[in-house]
Design a protein around this ligand. Sequence first.
Ligand SMILES: Cc1cc2nc3c(=O)[nH]c(=O)nc-3n(C[C@H](O)[C@H](O)[C@H](O)COP(=O)(O)O)c2cc1C
Length: 524
Amino acid sequence: MANMTLKEWVQKLDDAGLLNRITDETRVDELPQIMEDNPSQAVLVENVKDCQVPFLSNAYATEEMFTLALGCTAEELPAEIARRKKAPRDTVTVQTSPLKDNVITGDDLDLAMLPWFCHHEHDGHAFINDCNVVSRNLGTGLLDTGEYRLQWRKRNETGISLSNPSRNTRLNIQAYVDAGREMPVACVIGGTPHLKLSQMYTVEGYDDWQVLGGLLGEPVELVKCETNDLMVPASADIVLEGRMMVSEGPVHDEGPYGEYMVTYGGGLQHMWRIVWDCITHRNGAIYEYASIAGLHPGRSDMVDMTFTLAADIYDALKSAAIDVVDLYLPPDAVSQIAYLKIRPHRAGDANNALALMLTCSRQMVPKIAYVFDDDVDIRDPGDVSWAFGLRFNPEQGTLILPRQNVNFLDPSLTTSEPPFFISKIGFDCTKPTVGDLSRFDRAVVVPPAVVPDDLTILDTDQLTDALEKFIRQAPRAWREVVAEFAGHPYPALYHAFGRLRDRLGRREEDSPTFPYRFIDTGSE
Ligand SMILES: Cc1cc2nc3c(=O)[nH]c(=O)nc-3n(C[C@H](O)[C@H](O)[C@H](O)COP(=O)(O)O)c2cc1C
């Protein structure tokens, strides 16, 4: 069965009302504002001036798009991604595919066929940013993919943003340097949200296309590149094939660019150069670009990082037998903040959970974690503020982990030179697990009482007798009285109560409702 194409994904977005199709001729310099103006919708610009392909962006920018792709609810996303990433599928090789409709090499090859534009004010140059870069691990032979933006150099050359030393692609480079060979690479441009998720993962013993199969729930069909032995999805729209000039080392200036943290990251950097030898693309190919930074970082094509991080955390918590009720990473915090809702069963559950949340992911985030009880809606900022303000005890509830790995893009780092590390902090906002916890009860509003259909209205004398009988049966909280006598005129009920009031008392030990009881005879 052929895998979903980008065109099919666009159709799915359209059917779900999540696509803004723009048919007017549009200049490349207009594209950043179009992305900014459509944070909750994908944009398909069908006619880009001077450009050979339509432009698609924001096509995996919201939680709704990921739930659409995976067929689950927002609450189920972390568990669903965690489950699928652990079920890699063998791949299938096909001899050819529509990806080979056009094979462009030599002097015909010109990267300017794609739309290039200046995205952020301080960007060093234009870049393409939905580039799933494929390389081979020379040791295991397995293929790896990672999304890396590629900055324009010339018609057949780009740079690559590979600043993080723990990225697999960067680790693969060293083996080629040692072997004295340039590193063959392929760049799969665009794809369905499943690809964005799979490229974030490393599953030991499997290549990333097998992991993609797990995410898709079906084997991925692969086709060989024209100019090297790398394999790419047959469903792809556009693939670049080239060589990373690893022998030259990271010497070419690169960046800065607006980053997913909505800053300019490491400023001017020095990276490798890639020479592109071949472009293959299907007829009618769509060029996909990942929106990044701007005014809506939580609704840009970088949010897949948040969802894969949530799945990592979910997995770690489950391994530690934490009773997870919900896990939510507010997208605008760009993976730096995580909220967890649990049912604590042991006194250390909340603190254990915080330590795991802060340390378990290879993406080295989040920096800040919170744990709440299961009566808190962690997707409601108001409820989160309330519970943090009221249930958090700074002295007992703060966990600080010093000298932790950190994404060096974090602008709160105080050094621009290695070693990079940072303190991480966790806030335990759960109630204690023992003792009288009634002080934490929420004062919630009483719902309207249910009035019986056959109610006979009593006068004050009759109500006094009935109320006395009711309280003598058992001590009664005021709410129980109101419910029992629902529908009677409230002045009569309040006057009846007033007649009995001097003979009624309450005991401190009857927390939390302190019911009324008769103090002349007792009413037990
Ligand atoms: C749209 C998108 C663009 C990204 N661009 C970069 C980038 O330019 N540089 C980088 O170091 N990481 C970038 N990332 C994060 C990496 O893709 C991510 O860490 C991935 O796991 C790396 O894969 P690898 O370790 O298999 O090489 C990007 C992620 C996304 C979703």
